[in-house]
Design a protein around this ligand. Structure first.
Ligand SMILES: CC(=O)N[C@H]1[C@@H](OP(=O)(O)OP(=O)(O)OC[C@H]2O[C@@H](n3ccc(=O)[nH]c3=O)[C@H](O)[C@@H]2O)O[C@H](CO)[C@@H](O)[C@@H]1O[C@H](C)C(=O)N[C@@H](C)C(=O)N[C@H](CCC(=O)O)C(=O)O
Ligand SMILES: Nc1ncnc2c1ncn2[C@@H]1O[C@H](COP(=O)(O)OP(=O)(O)OP(=O)(O)O)[C@@H](O)[C@H]1O
Length: 498
């Protein structure tokens, strides 16, 4: 596409370089390919303008930015844009041919439950016979169902990757795409040029406040999804929904907690390996079985059902689809165990509110003691989460084992101290800190009785553990299996001795 045409499509003007051919766009100089436009973003850490030389050396043919710094020359045409991230998103969509206009797009946001709800929605659409794609924390799937990993690990990558994945969905014949949209993505315009048809809201609790500044800022960023889509699915149990209702063009509501809503669940029975409930919908009532544990998954199921219903799938098909959902790796995932062994669950809860809900729901089907093994991330991650996690863990479990969880360059002891402080200040001492995560898991699994449940929280399906400056391979499920095996051997040795 000619630079002149690209600039005109973005409603901008150009001094020189009208006929330069642009074939792609990037914000990251060392990813630039010949023919790319480089968007120089003034970031929170560095100014992208300082990488113009590198981008041009790699073949960038134009630069878009909010203004060249004094005294800096640009060897290729420079286009002044009012907002660099918006320009990145708009240019990426233009160059990709606006793929999201080809199929309905279901966007999902919220603090907790985004990935589960996204995977559920993708499953329900496929069950209804729609060729469906997915972009989510777990990776992205074309309609063939094969999970692929984008080159960088994001819930929602930067706009050029989002648009490229959507273009791949078009090429693969997608008839619908589910896009999990993080608050960072909404704040940083990564999904600005995605044409959402339905926005699904799970909930909003305190997270990422270091980035968004305040709960109001966090809300405002997430609310963009609801403002952008013509139809919204809102959670009547979430206090922020009152404000969202006035921002939505049109909407439906759901409630798993007895609020007045269009989609509700009642008579919820939490079994050891499934959830059963009555769903009331605008099209009548039905009995649902969802092969997942975790009461909050009832809310996720309602959100997914209402979102997919808005795309034209009827209630009986939705109910039949729920019953065949295989779950989401690392989210309330049960580790296989032998008769007489404690139940071990791998879960991704890493905020105090989601941990609270995870432990409360597991407690319902635990006859013995409830254990939790958890840490809190360091590095650039929000430090204000740590004490509340310690408080919730000790309030909800019988024994809490504090350990490492991607502490990065933050001293691990600093994080453990904060978690312990949260517990102590709430008057509790039912915790122990064991820095090495493998040892912490072995301690809990080794100490548990057959009627006990151990929740391994926070790592879920992640494949690495970031320890100081090291990134080591990690697989929480294998660690759980290993700990069960060690327990088995220890018990066998004990009985041989006696
Ligand atoms: C907090 C956050 O999201 N930051 C994002 C933001 O970084 P920034 O503003 O600090 O950018 P910067 O490092 O100052 O760089 C400025 C510009 O120079 C460019 N640059 C920079 C260095 C270089 O060598 N070459 C170069 O071209 C950068 O691409 C950027 O365009 O813009 C960058 C690209 O423009 C993103 O890569 C970066 O994501 C960082 C790496 C990140 O870790 N983000 C996480 C927190 C995130 O987005 N997570 C959410 C999920 C959160 C959740 O729900 O758990 C997600 O969607 O994955
Ligand atoms: N609706 C919900 N409300 C509260 N907690 C939930 C809900 N759904 C899931 N959780 C908890 O949050 C954890 C993460 O779930 P999920 O991955 O679906 O959420 P997410 O919003 O995608 O999280 P993240 O953005 O951190 O990946 C689960 O393991 C579970 O413990």
């Amino acid at each position: 596409m000619r630079l002149g045409d690209l600039v005109a499509a973005l409603d901008l003007t150009l001094d020189t370089g009208e006929s330069v051919e642009v074939t792609g766009v990037t914000h990251q100089a060392d990813w630039a390919r010949p023919g790319d436009a480089f968007v120089a973003i003034r970031g929170a850490r560095v100014d992208g303008h300082s990488f113009i030389g590198q981008a041009v050396e790699r073949g960038a043919v134009a630069v878009l930015g909010e203004g060249l710094p004094e005294g800096m020359d640009c060897p290729v045409p420079y286009v002044v844009v009012p907002a660099a991230r918006a320009a990145l998103a708009d240019a990426a969509a233009e160059l990709a041919g606006h793929p999201s206009r080809t199929f309905p797009v279901l966007g999902i946001t919220g603090t907790d439950g985004k990935t589960t709800t996204s995977c559920l929605a993708r499953h329900l659409l496929r069950h209804a016979g729609r060729r469906t794609g997915l972009l989510s924390t777990v990776g992205y799937e074309l309609p063939d169902g094969v999970l692929r990993q984008p080159p960088t690990h994001f819930t929602t990558p930067e706009a050029p990757q989002v648009q490229q994945i959507l273009a791949e969905q078009v090429a693969a014949g997608a008839e619908a795409v589910v896009v999990e949209s993080s608050s960072h993505a909404l704040a940083l315009d990564r999904v600005r040029a995605v044409d959402f048809d339905v926005a699904v809201w799970t909930n909003l609790t305190g997270e990422h406040l270091d980035f968004h500044g305040s709960m109001e800022g966090y809300f405002a960023d997430k609310a963009k999804l609801v403002q952008r889509a013509p139809f919204a699915v809102l959670n009547a149990d979430d206090p922020w929904t009152e404000q969202l209702v006035s921002m939505a063009t049109s909407h439906t509501t759901y409630s798993a907690d007895g609020a007045d809503a269009d989609w509700t669940a009642s008579d919820v029975v939490e079994g050891p390996d499934d959830l059963r409930f009555t769903v009331d919908t605008p099209d009548g009532a039905a009995e649902a079985v969802l092969p997942m544990i975790g009461r909050f998954n009832v809310a996720n199921a309602l959100a997914a059902m209402a979102g997919v219903h808005a795309l034209g799938v009827d209630v009986p098909t939705l109910i039949a689809g729920l019953a065949t959902f295989a779950g989401v790796p690392g989210r309330m995932e049960m580790v296989e165990r032998a008769e007489g062994e404690p139940r071990v669950i791998v879960d991704f809860a890493h905020t105090a509110p989601s941990l609270d809900k995870a432990l409360a729901t597991v407690r319902v089907t635990t006859a013995g003691r409830l254990w939790v093994v958890l840490g809190s991330a360091g590095g650039p991650r929000d430090p204000s989460k740590r004490a509340p996690l310690g408080e919730v863990a000790t309030a909800m479990a019988d024994v809490a084992v504090f350990t490492e969880e991607d502490h990065r360059d933050t001293p691990l002891q600093e994080i453990l101290d904060e978690m312990e402080r949260g517990a102590r200040e709430a008057g509790r001492d039912n915790y122990v800190s064991i820095g090495d995560r493998r040892e912490a898991i072995a301690y809990a699994v080794g100490g548990a009785d057959p009627a006990d449940t151990i929740v391994l929280a926070g790592k879920g399906p992640e494949e690495t553990l970031e320890r100081d400056t090291e990134t080591i391979p990690w697989d929480e499920l294998s660690e759980a299996r290993r700990a069960l095996q060690v327990r088995r051997e220890a018990l066998a040795a004990d009985s041989a001795d006696s």
